[in-house]
Design a protein around this ligand. Structure first.
Ligand SMILES: [Zn+2]
Length: 119
């Protein structure tokens, strides 16, 4: 049995790892580009998995991917969800509160997602 929640968690960890690597690499370096590329790839995989989850509904649901911030602990993360999912139903991966996520309006940039480890 496939545990999608676990897969999403793993993907999130990997994305955070690569985003941190990108943040630590020299700006404009090849390493940074490589790490940033992986962040994008992992985001694509997360979107794909989310889509597969909705195949059961026959109708393919359009999705949104954006960076949200938890108003409780300040955690920023890349949220992948269907367009019908309210931000209020998102759960913070750090403080685990629900309903505290708001849009940051930030671009999906590893330099942004890399600094979200709550320091
Ligand atoms: Zn939080």
């Amino acid at each position: 049995m496939i545990d999608r929640e676990q897969i999403n968690k793993d993907l999130y960890s990997m994305r955070e790892y690569f985003a941190t690597c990108a943040g630590n690499a020299q700006p404009g370096s090849e390493a940074r580009e490589r790490f940033a590329g992986w962040v994008k790839t992992l985001t694509c995989i997360a979107v794909e998995i989310e889509k597969i989850a909705h195949f059961d509904n026959v109708v393919e649901t359009p999705h949104q991917v954006s960076i949200v911030i938890c108003t409780n602990c300040g955690k920023k993360w890349v949220a992948v969800r269907s367009l019908t999912t309210q931000n209020a139903s998102l759960k913070c991966p750090k403080c685990h509160r629900q309903g505290t996520a708001v849009e940051t309006g930030l671009p999906l940039d590893p330099e942004v997602t890399g600094e979200d480890d709550g320091k």
